[in-house]
Design a protein around this ligand. Sequence first.
Ligand code: C2E
Ligand code: MG
Ligand code: MG
Ligand code: MG
Length: 288
Amino acid sequence: RAKADGSGRIEVHEGALSSSEIDQLQLETDLRHAIDNGELRLFYQPIVHLADETLLGYEALIRWQHPTRGLLPPGVFLPAAENNRLTSKLGAWVLRQACNDAATWPSDLRVHVNISARHLAEEGFSELVTAALEESGLPPERLELEITESTALFAAEATLHAVAVVTERGVTLALDDFGTGYSAITALHRLPIHTVKIDRSFVADVVTEPSTAALVHGLLQLGRGMGLQVIAEGIEDLDQADWLLRHGCAMAQGFAFGRPAPLPTPAEVLIDEVTDAPAAETVEDTPE
Ligand code: C2E
Ligand code: MG
Ligand code: MG
Ligand code: MG
C-alpha cells in the first residue's frame, strides 16, 4: 500500500493499519468535504489593550463542526490538512471568511489571521490576500497575518516577495509564539515584522519563575527597542495581566479577557438590540 504524503514522496506502509491510522485517514477524507459542506467555523478571541481592556481586535481561530465527532480544535485536524494539499483551500477559506467578518465590525477593530508556512510559500498567496481584501472591502490596515518563527526563518525568496507585496499594501505581520522557535531574533530581521506575540508558555510562569520573568522582561525591552508592538498570549489571571502591564506590555490576549467564541448570528444581535438584555438570557426566554 502506498500513500502520497503531498510532498511528492511515496511512503510505503506494511501490514495492517492501526486504529489510529484508520482514524487519521478518515479525518483526512472528511476534511476534503468539510469546506464544501460548510462545516468549518471561525471562532474569534479578543485582543485587548492592557491598560484599559479596550478592544484592539480579534484573532480568528479555526474550528471544525464535524458531523459525528462534534466541535474539533485545530490541533486535531490541521496536521491532516498540511499533509494533503488542502492547505491552500483551507487557508483561502479562512482568509476570505475572516476578512468578510471583520468588514462588518466597527472600523477601529483589526482581525488577526494565522497563516501556515506552506500556504504562504505557495504561488498566488499575495493575489489571494488582495482578492480577500477587495471582495470584503476590508481596508488592508485592518488585517494582520500571524506567522511563526520557523516560517520566517526558512522563508524562500518567493515567500519574502509575497510578504513584501502584502505589507506594501498596508497589511501587517505578527510573529506568533515568539520565543519558542529556534531563532526568534533572526526571524525579526528576515521579515518586516510589526507585532510579536509572546508565547503563553512564558506568560504562564511569569509571576512565579524569576528566570521566566527576566526573559519576558528582556523580550519586552527588545520589542520596544525595535519599535514593535508586543502582545502577550495566554493570560489566564489578573496577576499575570498586572505583571505585564507594570513591565510595559501594552496588549494582551487570553482566557482572562475572553475565550475564542463564534460571532453572534445576525438574529442574536437583533434580539439583543430589541430587548437590550444579555443575549444568553434573552435566547432562553424566547419561545420556540
Ligand atoms: P495560536 O495562533 O498561538 O493561537 C492561540 C491558541 O491559544 C488558541 O488555541 C487559543 O484558543 C489558545 N488560547 C488563547 N488564550 C488562552 C489562554 O488563556 N489559555 C490557554 N490555555 N490557551 C489559550 P487554538 O484555537 O486551539 O489554536 C491552536 C493553534 O492552531 C493556533 O495557535 C494556530 O497556530 C493554529 N490555528 C488556529 N486557527 C488557524 C487557522 O485558521 N489557520 C492556521 N494556519 N492555523 C490556525
Ligand atoms: Mg496566532
Ligand atoms: Mg500563539
Ligand atoms: Mg500558540
